[in-house]
Design a protein. Structure first.
Length: 201
């Protein structure tokens, strides 16, 4: 992204070519990790449980947005990739629970037996809300904007949960254990540590 932004400022073609090369490599890895030229495979065993995270789609949506703005020759490719990312992001919204889950199964279902699959990430929800609103504005897409409004309403619930956690859970310097949305008993081995900066030293 830095390379294509630099190209936008200077019009030096070498930086656009580098941006295209890195983008295409990362997107190929996103579609299939076996495309990784460095063979850095996922850090989990898919045979144990296969989950997909929202964060790769969220980041690729933003990067593709920036690439499309500067690389007019391949604008349609980036546009299609953005559409694909948006459809994947929407799979993380679980209507019956009124929340965005950080991880879902490969067939887009919640897997509540796992603490990893019960995570909600307020920071990612905020980022997603911004990126989706930005794209909805670009496309003049009222349906996508309405979806984003639903997500913003969810953030109000998340903030309420966050305040509750700050009041109830044990704090460790600038970190705390963020309990799941589903009120699973707060055992320490049942939760993922979120690196959230508290509002005091």
């Amino acid at each position: 992204m830095a390379c294509v932004e630099y190209y936008g400022a200077t019009k030096e073609e070498s930086y656009l070519k580098k941006a295209r090369k890195v983008y295409d490599m990362v997107y190929a890895i996103y579609l299939d990790p076996k495309n990784d030229p460095f063979q850095i495979f996922p850090k989990t065993y898919s045979s144990t449980r296969s989950l997909k995270a929202m964060s790769p789609d969220m980041i690729l949506l933003n990067v593709s947005y920036i690439m499309r703005a500067h690389d007019k020759e391949f604008a349609q490719k980036y546009h299609e990739n953005i559409s694909f990312c948006i459809s994947n992001i929407k799979n993380h919204y679980i209507p019956e629970y009124h929340c965005m889950l950080e991880n879902v199964t490969l067939d887009n279902k919640p897997f509540l037996e796992s603490s990893e699959a019960r995570i909600i990430n307020p920071g990612h929800d905020l980022e997603c809300a911004f990126f989706l609103a930005q794209e909805a504005d670009y496309r003049n897409d009222k349906e996508l904007l309405l979806y984003n409004i639903i997500q913003i309403k969810l953030l109000k619930q998340v903030v309420g949960i966050l305040v509750s956690v700050l009041c109830r859970q044990t704090l460790y310097t600038n970190y705390f254990y963020f309990f799941s949305y589903f009120q699973i008993p707060p055992l320490l081995n049942n939760f993922r540590v979120f690196l959230v900066i508290c509002f005091y030293p």
